[in-house]
Ligand binder design. Structure first.
Ligand SMILES: CC(C)(COP(=O)(O)OP(=O)(O)OC[C@H]1O[C@@H](n2cnc3c(N)ncnc32)[C@H](O)[C@@H]1OP(=O)(O)O)[C@@H](O)C(=O)NCCC(=O)NCCS
Length: 334
């Protein structure tokens, strides 16, 4: 399988669903090029937010077709008032005033997220021009976690040596507790299943089976115990998910090392889902893999929300946006 064929497999799956994804950053040329490619490849229906005339001119000057793409300027949309009202009703108990709701609804990330909440779109991809916090905050406030006792986390798909690896949480939870780490593992398992793969989850640490000591090791051990308990419940037991920890990255990925450090482990040596103990390890780890290892990177995508909202890196290319839109389509599957 080549790198291209991995993402093309995702495109092929996405095509079956005919989902509508909102792209709030219509002012960005990469987003417009991605929209053109997504339309050509029939990956999703699109709504682009921004200056309608400017987007039309951009498409026309390149000979691109806008058929099937809906363009909306939040400032002149007849829906603005009802979205502001929806936001006010959702957030008034948090102290949001009607006037503040009116201003926030004009913000493209809020407007796009409110479109999802009201059923006008299935998912959103933003972040080419916004920080992670500005992209994901509306989703955390409006779309909310799907499991009420579980937080939202994030995942990167890294395609290395022609194989996909799923890395979590490299972008949202700064220093998760043991319970939060176990939840991140469970959400990751569900994401991997949605992408059509079998989760083999390694709970990563600087220790393998007690070789190292410290608070961080204790946390990963506790998280492993909690996640294993959850995986033996009726909700998960027939889903073919394996999980083990605490494991060092070499024991998780290399069978020769695994046989020495974690003999008998169902996961060691063949993990495809890597759960990092905190955001520092995760964020540094995925960037090393990308910059030194030459891995193709998709994400971060949020997991655990009631509907998918995904964040782009500000250095993203049009092709990165196409890939993340296709992944977002797969995440809409219940
Ligand atoms: C995700 C993040 C932006 C949220 O920060 P924030 O906007 O300051 O969040 P707040 O604490 O004000 O919470 C805002 C809302 O989101 C909710 N929330 C925050 N984190 C959440 C999580 N992990 N899961 C579910 N809900 C969450 C809060 O409960 C709150 O909801 P409420 O207002 O309805 O009570 C923050 O965790 C963060 O900055 N993470 C690191 C991001 C980053 O720099 N990544 C590296 C680059 S990729």
């Amino acid at each position: 399988m080549s790198e291209t064929s991995y993402i093309e497999g995702i495109y092929a799956k996405a095509r079956k669903y005919n989902k509508t994804i909102v792209l709030p950053e219509g002012e960005d040329e990469r987003v417009l090029e991605a929209a053109h490619l997504i339309r050509e490849r029939k990956i999703a229906e699109l709504i682009i937010l921004g200056d309608v005339k400017a987007i039309q001119t951009h498409f026309e000057s390149r000979g691109w077709n806008l058929e099937g793409i809906t363009l909306i300027n939040p400032a002149t949309s007849p829906k603005l008032g009802s979205y502001a009202e929806l936001l006010y009703n959702l957030r008034k108990e948090k102290g949001l005033t009607q006037e503040e709701a009116g201003k926030l609804a004009l913000n493209a990330n809020y407007f796009g997220t409110l479109m999802i909440k009201s059923g006008a779109a299935d998912g959103m991809v933003s972040g080419a021009n916004h920080s992670t916090a500005d992209t994901v905050r509306p989703a955390l406030q409006i779309i909310k976690s799907a499991h009420k006792d579980r937080g939202v986390s994030s995942m990167f798909i890294m395609v290395c040596n022609n194989k996909p690896y799923y890395l979590s949480d490299c972008a949202i939870n700064i220093n998760p507790t043991a319970k939060e780490l176990a939840d991140i593992a469970l959400e990751s398992a569900e994401s991997v299943l949605k992408f059509g793969d079998t989760p083999r989850i390694a709970m990563l640490s600087y220790s393998t089976y007690g070789s190292g000591k410290g608070e961080g090791v204790d946390k990963v051990k506790e998280a492993t115990k909690l996640a294993k308990e959850a995986l033996s419940s009726d909700e998960y037991k027939d889903k073919n998910i394996t999980l083990d920890g605490e494991l060092q990255a070499d024991a998780a990925l290399d069978m020769t090392v695994a046989k020495k450090k974690a003999p008998g482990s169902e996961v060691a040596g063949q993990a495809n889902t890597l759960i990092f103990p905190n955001i520092e390890a995760g964020n540094i780890g995925y960037k090393l893999l990308q910059r030194l290892g030459g891995a193709e990177s998709y994400g971060p995508m949020l997991q655990g929300l009631n509907a998918p909202v995904n964040d782009l890196s500000r250095g993203c290319s049009a092709e990165d946006i196409v890939g993340l839109v296709a992944i977002t389509v797969l995440q809409t599957i219940k």
